[in-house]
Ligand binder design. Sequence first.
Ligand code: PLP
Ligand code: COI
Length: 358
Amino acid sequence: MEYPLTPNPRPASAADLSAIHANPGFGEYLTDHMVVATWKKGEGWVDDAVVPYGPFQMNPAAAVLHYAQEVFEGMKAYRWSDGSIWTFRPEENARRFNKSAARMMLPQIPEADFITAVRRLVEVDAAWVPEPEGEKSLYIRPFMFASESFLGVRAAETVTFCVIASPVAPYFAGPKPVDIWVTDKYSRAGEGGTGEAKCGGNYAASLIAQYEGYEYGCSQVLFIEAVGKDRVEELGGMNLMLITSDGKLYTPQLSGTILDGITRKSVLQVAADLLLEPVEARLTKDFLFDKVLSGEVVEAFSCGTAAVIAPISSFKSVDGEFPLREPVGERTVALRNRLIDIQYGRTPDTHDWMVKIV
Ligand code: PLP
Ligand code: COI
């Protein structure tokens, strides 16, 4: 796919862009263009293009509106101090997108075509990529949905692929660490379900728990495995990491019910560079609460593309409150700095993760 360009006749002005870049928030402003392509059963991918950003015409019977057959990705483009623009491990997003699509009976998009779509949009809307100060970046949201108008329950035979982008600051504004609500009332995913797929329904299912968390002053929810109700899994939109006083970095193992986070796997590798010992294990709620209480777990953080690395100050649940000894721990900060220094080209990219776009 080549994604030929139809330019937006009314792109944002330089003044608009500088006002947006001064305070982008997260996902509030969308760039001038978007990538679109259509998949039709028997024909494959057709009508690939970069077009002016704007609403879709959608039939009210479009299957996605009824049965939520949809998947998405989240990735970022980073402007380096020399003006060049880079993405982080885009082939991982392409691979995971297809894995999610397979789970939701959506078509595969060749990895090269996924990456070209991202590249084309970032090239065309390069002016929208913020300067690196404040860890700003361009958040890129590829997604795919069942656009066929048909009310029977089956895999759609017409599917829309789209990529949009939004200049952003990190998801959690400011350096303040976050409190996490641990719920066992609501589950996000169970074995054989869609927890490992990045599909919209998982996020819809997580909202009620997130709002329960807000009532307790928490900004994210940590979900517990649905059946045994004892294993901690991940947050609504991020993976979980714990650092112990003896230098171990614990994270819940991939169980098929949590997202295989790209930040997660990168942090595990960076940890080894910083002489922390990465441990992927089955972690129970009792382990978490006991080790935080005893001070063995000294630091905790959440990690993901949108959040980057956000320190956790406490876990709260119906069992009580479990504050971390070091709410903004030294090693959390070191890991965060190492990761963002790679992303913004401030330290050698020894893992060969960065891909230049412009
Ligand atoms: N877990 C969930 C449920 C997420 O939505 C995300 C964000 O994409 C992550 C984990 C972190 O994944 P990644 O690091 O690939 O962004
Ligand atoms: C991301 O980090 O890309 C996410 O998808 C998390 C959230 C914004 C949904």
